[in-house]
Structure formats: C-alpha cells, structure tokens
Design a protein around this ligand. Structure first.
Ligand code: ZN
Length: 135
C-alpha cells in the first residue's frame, strides 16, 4: 500500500480514524493507533478514549444486562401470580366479570413477559465474557 498523501512512499500503517495508508512522514503515533498528521489526531484520540472506556465498563455492562434479565423473570412471576389471584377471584365472583378479565389479562401479559425474559436471557448468555468479569 502507498501513502495516501505521497504516492511515492510506501505506507507503514493506516489512520485509525479515516483508514488511509500513511508513510512515516505523514503519521502521528497516538500510542494505541496512528493518525494522519495535523488532520485526524483529535478523532483518533476520541476513538482511543471510546475503546478504553468500553473495555473498562464492559464487566459492569455484563452485570447490568444479567440483572435486567433476572428482573424480567421477576416481572413475569409477579404478573402471572397476579393473573392467578385475579382469575381465581373472578371465577368466584361471576357477577363481576371485570375481575376475571383482569386476571386473564395479567396471565397473558405474564406469559408474554416470561417469553421475552427467556429470549433476552438467551441473548445475554451468548455475549462474550468481558475482561475482568468474575462470574
Ligand atoms: Zn486520517
């Protein structure tokens, strides 16, 4: 690959921001990546900061996703329990159909919430483990 800025020179690397091939004369080494000299340094610095931040927070993110998954199951159990209570109460009070309809609604929503929580947990389980994540 040739240098984007001087086609007579071979590129020794690529800019982490724009991907252009760079010769040693037209690059700035930013430590964790190369940048076009006097053009892409700020963008590359931002990309490096973003990557560092993602690496440092990925363990916490995994924990948050797993807790959200457990919250989904908890919601499903609560809704289903409310559905059972209202349905049984509604069956015992046939003159107040609203209670039975409420119970059926809770049961349906609880079942749907359980399916969503199960699918979400399957997605979270497939995520790669973060560095520093103590499972
Ligand atoms: Zn660049």
């Amino acid at each position: 690959m040739k240098c984007f800025y001087d086609h007579s020179q071979d590129a020794v690397g690529t800019c982490k921001s724009c991907g252009r091939g760079l010769s040693s004369e037209y690059l700035t080494d930013m430590g964790k990546g190369l940048a076009c000299k006097n053009r892409c340094e700020d963008d590359v610095r931002s990309v490096i900061t973003l990557i560092d931040r993602n690496v440092s927070t990925s363990a916490a993110t995994s924990q948050i996703l797993k807790r959200a998954s457990l919250t989904g199951y908890g919601s499903a159990v609560f809704l289903t329990l409310m559905g059972v209570i209202f349905t049984l109460t509604g069956l015992g009070e046939p003159h107040i159909a609203f209670i039975l309809y409420l119970g059926i609604g809770f049961l349906a929503y609880g079942g749907w919430t359980f399916v969503r929580a199960y699918r979400y947990a399957a997605i979270v389980a497939k995520l790669p483990a973060a560095r520093g994540n103590n499972e």
